[in-house]
Design a protein around this ligand. Structure first.
Ligand code: HEM
Length: 493
């Protein structure tokens, strides 16, 4: 049984059990403690880097290797996102928003979102820099308090960057920031990170049996958690939209993304067709997309960055030396300094490769595709493994070693662009991450500013932190502590 019609030969894959498909094999490996993307990598070595899997009743094709991943992401055939189960549940039964939208609706809202966010500073040097710095200074003063309050300067690093990452996006969308002590926000951030962790691709029973979507939510804890999460998030965005609508300021002045969207809703109010993409529901899903896609990814990459730095004091020292040499000590590092900081850039690339915070995600094909003697039927769920690209032995030689030097040309001490381009963190092609520019600026600013001002060391009374990630649609480090020591050099005015 599978979800697609076809007349050709399907790509090879492991033996398929009746009804359960390949779930028994996957469950067996998963019980041994293997991550889903590691299991896929092992299977793909046996069955091919483009292979078939039957995830319960859902037919999947796995793209697992540098070349297969690049091909699929840059292909115009694989431009859709696979939409089913929980995804529809989060968007009122329809593929709304950007992340899980398809066709005209996706094109229009992606273009609208990127253009509008750019108008409010996203990707523009001065305004983006100011927004990030405001948040950065707050977080540094928070760090100073934590150091003073704690015993022996030991700071709990888990979730340290979450509110800041959210605030940077939120100030573009809604024109305001949350306080780090905001109880309502803390609940949303907690809910969000719980749900992201529970939704590891490849572990999802609703994906395996889409029909269960109608049954499961009422009976299982995960189903209930998802619904609680959605109710809370939708409620929060709806209240915001209603308040702004009632205020009416957006009619004469658009201060942020919400104002522009409200104006578009008014402008399209006469259009009652399916082709009107500017509706209240679209906004709720769009806001959720940016909340989810932008927050956990950025904050979790930053957590990993400081974890790796803590475990690699030699790398930390070299980054700090470069910062001290290049950056004017009276100010914070600027993204304009980036080009003069090859070692720091190399370290950030290595962080992104080593962490691979989004190891797996989905795409779907809009027409049948012939691959040699095989056919991939239209509408197939394609699982793209960024893990396979970032951890390929053929590509990297020693993928399991954290080694920024791999990106540097030893003789010239410059970045080797060919090696840099091999890191896959944001996807590729027309559907590449819509927040890549902002994310890269954030990573650079937070990483360098904190290392300019503090040194991170292992906390003596805690076990050495593990680099083994917590699984999720976005992976994050296990909770860890660091001794954070203020540095004398490079303290901003
Ligand atoms: C380190 C941080 C980030 C990582 C690793 C990351 C990674 C990704 C990946 C792998 C995809 C799928 C791309 C594809 O299908 O080829 C994606 C899509 C997306 N990301 Fe990011 N992302 C990050 C930060 C952000 C930020 C800050 C935002 C928002 C401001 C954002 C918004 C989006 C959106 C809207 C999409 C959907 C694009 C579409 O389907 O058209 N991301 N991201």
């Amino acid at each position: 049984v599978h979800n697609v019609k076809h007349n050709g030969k399907l790509l090879p894959g492991p033996y398929k059990y009746p009804i359960l498909g390949n779930l028994p094999q996957l469950a067996k490996e998963s019980k041994k403690g293997k991550k889903p993307y590691v299991v896929l990598r092992e299977l793909s070595k046996k069955y091919g880097h483009r292979m078939s899997l039957h995830f319960g009743a859902t037919y999947q094709v796995i793209f697992d290797d540098v070349e297969a991943v690049r091909d699929v992401l840059s292909s115009d055939i694989w431009i859709d996102r696979y939409v089913d189960g929980w995804i529809l549940e989060r968007s009122f039964g329809k593929p709304l928003g950007v992340f899980f939208a398809n066709g005209e609706s996706w094109k229009e809202l992606r273009r609208f979102s990127i253009r509008t966010l750019r108008d409010f500073g996203f990707g523009k040097f001065n305004s983006q820099e100011t927004i990030i710095e405001e948040e950065l200074l707050r977080l540094m003063s928070r760090m100073d308090s934590l150091i003073t309050e704690s015993k022996d300067s030991v700071v709990y690093m888990k979730k340290f960057f979450s509110v800041s990452a959210l605030n940077i996006i939120w100030s573009l969308i809604a024109g305001y920031r949350f306080s780090h002590d905001d109880v309502k926000l803390q609940k949303l951030v907690q809910l969000m990170s719980d749900i992201v962790q529970k939704l590891a691709v490849g572990e999802d029973i609703i994906t395996a049996y889409p029909a269960l979507r109608h049954v499961i939510p009422r009976f299982t804890q995960t189903g209930k958690d998802r619904q609680d999460f959605l109710t809370a998030m939708h409620g929060f965005f709806k209240e915001l939209l209603e308040t702004r609508r009632a205020e009416g300021v957006y009619k004469t002045e658009q201060r942020d993304f919400i104002d522009v969207f409200l104006l578009e809703i008014d402008n399209h109010a006469h259009d009652k067709t399916e082709n009107n993409f500017y509706t209240d529901k679209q906004f709720l899903v769009l806001a959720l997309d940016f909340f989810l896609a932008g927050t956990e990814t950025t904050s979790s990459t930053l957590e990993f960055a400081f974890l790796y730095i803590l475990l690699n004091p030699r790398v930390q020292k070299k980054v700090q030396e470069e910062i001290d040499r290049v950056v004017d000590h009276s100010g914070l590092p600027s993204t304009l300094d980036r080009t003069r900081m090859p070692y720091t850039e190399a370290t950030l690339l290595e962080v992104q490769r080593f962490a691979t915070v989004v190891p797996l995600f989905s795409r779907s094909n809009i027409q049948d595709q012939q691959v040699g003697e095989y056919v991939i039927p239209k509408g197939t769920m394609g699982i793209v493994s960024l893990y396979s690209a970032n951890y390929s032995e053929e590509s990297w030689g020693d993928p399991f070693t954290f080694r920024p030097e791999r990106f540097l040309n030893e003789k010239t001490n410059t970045l080797d662009q060919d090696v840099c381009n091999k890191v896959m963190a944001f996807g590729l092609g027309k559907r590449i991450c819509a927040g890549e520019v902002l994310a890269k600026a954030n990573l650079f600013k937070f990483f360098t500013s904190f290392l300019q001002r503090y040194t991170f060391e292992e906390a003596p009374n805690h076990p050495t932190p593990s680099t083994d990630p917590l699984l999720g649609t976005v992976q994050s480090p296990r909770p860890f502590y660091a001794v954070v020591k203020p540095r004398n050099r490079g303290t901003p005015k």
